[in-house]
Design a protein around this ligand. Structure first.
Ligand code: SF4
Length: 376
């Protein structure tokens, strides 16, 4: 932390000791900047643990800009943990639709039921106890404890990870165990007993808007005096970037099957991608099926007979949607079809025939929603 006392760093020896005097100055400068420039975000206007928890879960892997409207809508519909616990999972999913990482919504619902029924609506303030709730990891537990209860707890998330690495001049792998241990102990050393919630918010804010992934604004940084990367001119080399997964291109098929003014939809099961959401029947296609479908759209009839046990008449290509899911770049080809005969066995999954309005009322996958909009 103290640039003057820092050893020269290497991937295996990156650590500088925390100098109490510099740490004191660091906290003061950081808080002063936050008081002056900190952004007004809806979840910063409250210390309600329920609100803090919802915002922290929504912010996992998701940008502030994307979260703000979801946060407001979600809390308008579910203003207390008891109301969230009493809701149907489908409705919770509907309010989460489009935010992605849907296991977050299912875990939120499970945790709300536990807090409502077993804890009388009161969130614990201990990191260990918070981590017992579904979907709450070490960072989220520390955030709730510090933001909602103003009790000291270290935090390490994407913005603070980058910030700590630069402050320490840590050029090892911050995601590996050794790096994680180092960063968490650094966070623990940093967090003060006085106003730890504001301090942690200020750290995250600095990481988000000043110590940015590319082109950090070091000339505006209130803690550059304590930054090893700045002193050594290595801001752009630190932290070590995460290894990017190789992107794989795949093609999938979606069948918009109609029967007497209704459409076939299915409930994505536990363990599947987008579990809990509804969708039109959708299948991955191997290379031979992609080719077959391009040459003879009627081969769709065979695919549905084999996969769902129903006879259909294949219609036109309705649309093609390109989108990404984790490391897959997916081309989704959606075809219209008319149902002829056959019922789908329950063993294949939870399928229903619904009219367009009923389909619209379901929590749908993002591509399912796009297709549903084409029904009208
Ligand atoms: Fe980040 Fe630059 Fe500040 Fe260091 S001086 S913490 S690299 S913004």
């Amino acid at each position: 932390m103290c640039a003057a006392r820092a050893k020269s760093s290497s991937p295996t020896t990156p650590v500088a000791a925390l100098d109490p005097a510099v740490a004191q100055k660091f906290r003061k400068s950081l808080k002063a900047r936050y008081a002056r420039y900190g952004r007004n975000l809806p979840w910063r206007e409250t210390q309600d643990p329920y609100h803090c928890w919802i915002s922290e879960i929504m912010l996992q892997q998701t940008t502030v800009v994307a979260v703000v409207p979801y946060f407001d809508r979600f809390l308008t519909r579910f203003p207390t943990v008891h109301e969230l616990a009493a809701a149907e999972e489908a409705e919770v999913m509907r309010y989460w639709e489009g935010l992605g990482y849907y296991s977050r919504a299912r875990n939120i619902h499970k945790a709300a039921k536990h807090v409502s029924a077993e804890l009388n609506g009161a969130f614990p303030n201990l990191v260990d106890k918070l981590q017992e709730l579904p979907g709450i990891g070490r960072y989220t537990a520390g955030a709730i404890r510090s933001f909602a209860f103003d009790l000291p707890a270290p935090i390490v998330e994407a913005n603070t990870l980058r910030l700590y690495c630069r402050l320490l001049g840590f050029d090892g792998d911050p995601r590996a165990r050794e790096g994680q241990n180092r960063l968490w102990s650094f966070a623990e050393e940093l967090v003060p007993a006085n106003q730890p919630g504001k301090f942690n918010q200020a750290l995250m804010e600095l990481g988000a808007v000043v110590c940015t992934p590319t082109n950090p604004k070091c000339s505006e940084c209130p803690v550059s005096f304590a930054c090893q990367a700045f002193v050594t001119g290595r801001q752009t080399e630190i932290p070590l970037p995460a290894v990017r997964p190789v992107v794989t291109a795949v093609t999938e098929l979606s069948a918009i099957v109609r029967r007497a003014g209704q459409y076939l939809v299915y409930h994505r099961a536990h363990g599947e991608r987008w579990a809990g959401l509804w969708d039109f029947p959708r299948f991955p296609l191997d290379e031979s099926l992609v080719k077959a479908l391009k040459r003879h759209p009627a081969s769709l009839e065979k695919i549905l007979a084999e996969r769902l046990g129903i006879q259909i008449v294949a219609g036109d290509l309705l649309t093609e949607i390109c989108h990404s899911v984790t490391r897959y770049r997916i081309t989704l080809r959606a075809f219209q079809c008319e149902h002829l005969t056959g019922e789908i066995s329950e063993s294949v999954g939870e399928y229903r025939w619904l009219d367009a309005d009923e389909v619209h009322a379901l929590p749908l996958s993002v591509t399912g929603r796009k297709l549903a909009k084409l029904l009208k």
